[in-house]
Each structure stands twice: as structure tokens, then as C-alpha cells.
Design a protein around this ligand. Structure first.
Ligand code: NAP
Length: 202
């Protein structure tokens, strides 16, 4: 009998992608015995009205650069190419349709985003389509997740100390001309410099 594929879908804005994201994906790959992790940069993230998100093409290219050397990582353009606001439910239903029942899907992202997705009005459509891997920083308070909801929606939690690194901090550092070396791959830092990204971040 053919083995069922176990595929991680790593959702994020990746503005910019950093070592915390890469460590999260590698940790999920090993802990959950996944065959591969597909990074899925968001096209037009919902609820990001408080700041201007970097154009999707830049975020997609930085993700490709950061993951290029890892044979277990891929990057998808699905959300970047889909017009309108990006909803996880649309992505996971499209992947389920594309892959059929012969793959187990794990949506990996930060725990706050998982909570938002599960409380979104269309989340019921996701039940049974995929499991969730919610990455947390050390000390993260999990009390907002009820045990029943976590079980029903198949949410697993994974603590990732490297998530002390954050995209917000990196953007602020660039704007303030403080160092970002060792927080993200050097080639991504070079891309940020070359394209003048985050220079005017408030
Ligand atoms: P966010 O709200 O900007 O991030 C929440 C927290 O999670 C931040 O601390 C963030 O750190 C961290 N994080 C984000 N992506 C991560 C990842 N892949 N691995 C580990 N930590 C991560 O989150 P977002 O980027 O907008 O959304 C994350 C994913 O959830 C995206 O795929 C998005 O489309 C989806 N989402 C869907 C809905 C919906 O369908 N209704 C709602 C919200 C989010 P950094 O800032 O350092 O990344």
C-alpha cells in the first residue's frame, strides 16, 4: 500500500522571513515526521490595516532565497497569485482538492494566528481538512485555547525558542540602522538592503 504523504504548509506574511521561521519549519518537519514543508507567503493578509505590508513579490522572493538550500522545503505562489484577501480556509480547501485524500495536511503558523483562524466564521469548513501546528515563543499563555476546541480542530502546540526573533523587530532595526546580522539569512539581509525595504518603517 502506498504511504500517505505528510505535508506541512508553513503560512506567514514573512515580512521578512527570519531564522525563527526556518527553525519552526525544521522542527515541525522532524517532530511531526513530515515529508516536506511548503512555505506559503500570504498574498493580501487580512487584518493588517495598521501598517503597510511589503509587496507580495518581495516577500515571496525572500522566502525562496531563505529556503533554497533545504531539499525538504518548497515555496508556493498559491496565495501570492490569488486575488483578494488571503483566507487560510481557501488555501487549505484548494490544496485538499489538488492532492485528494492521499495526503495528511498540517498548517503550521504562530499560535496567535492559529487562534484567529479557528475563531474566523468559516473555520468550520477546515475541520477535517487539515491539522494545525501552533508555534509558540517560550512563556506563551495558552489559556485562550480551550482543550475541546484544540482537540476538535486537531491543534498541536510546539514551543520554539528561536521565535524570540520577530519580523517586527527586524523591520524596526533596519529603520533605525541597527544590526540584523544573525537574525535572518545573510542573502535575505542583502535582498533587504538592495531593495531598500523597511528603511522608512515607523
Ligand atoms: P501575524 O498575526 O503577523 O503573526 C502572529 C505571530 O505569529 C507573530 O508573532 C509572528 O511572528 C508569528 N508567526 C507568523 N507566521 C509564523 C510562522 N509561519 N511560524 C512561526 N511563527 C509565525 O501572522 P500572519 O503572518 O498575519 O499570519 C500567519 C498565517 O496565518 C498566514 O498564513 C495567514 O494567512 C494566516 N491567517 C489567516 C487568517 C484567516 O484565514 N482568517 C487570519 C489570520 C492569519 P513574525 O511577525 O516574526 O512572523
Amino acid at each position: 500500500m502506498r504511504k500517505k504523504l505528510r505535508i506541512g504548509i508553513m503560512g506567514g506574511t514573512f515580512d521578512p522571513i527570519h531564522y525563527g521561521h526556518l527553525v519552526t519549519a525544521e522542527e515541525a518537519l522532524v517532530q511531526f515526521n513530515l515529508d516536506k514543508v511548503v512555505f506559503m507567503p500570504t498574498g493580501n493578509p487580512v487584518r493588517k490595516t495598521h501598517r503597510k505590508v511589503t509587496p507580495a513579490e518581495h516577500r515571496y522572493l525572500m522566502t525562496v532565497i531563505a529556503t533554497a538550500s533545504n531539499p525538504d522545503f518548497e515555496v508556493s505562489r498559491m496565495e501570492v497569485d490569488r486575488p483578494g484577501p488571503t483566507y487560510t480556509v481557501d488555501t487549505m480547501l484548494a490544496l485538499r482538492q489538488e492532492l485528494g485524500p492521499d495526503a495528511d495536511l498540517y498548517f503550521i503558523t504562530g499560535a496567535d494566528a492559529v487562534w484567529e483562524i479557528l475563531t474566523w466564521k468559516d473555520s468550520e469548513a477546515l475541520a477535517g481538512v487539515c491539522s494545525f501546528i501552533a508555534a509558540t515563543r517560550p512563556g506563551y499563555d495558552l489559556s485562550r485555547f480551550s482543550r475541546d476546541d484544540a482537540e476538535r480542530m486537531r491543534v498541536e502546540f510546539m514551543e520554539v525558542p528561536a521565535l524570540a526573533i520577530s519580523s517586527t523587530d527586524i523591520r524596526r532595526r533596519v529603520a533605525e540602522r541597527r544590526p540584523i546580522r544573525y537574525l535572518l539569512p545573510e542573502a535575505v539581509a542583502a535582498y533587504v538592503r538592495k531593495n531598500g525595504l523597511y528603511a522608512s518603517e515607523a
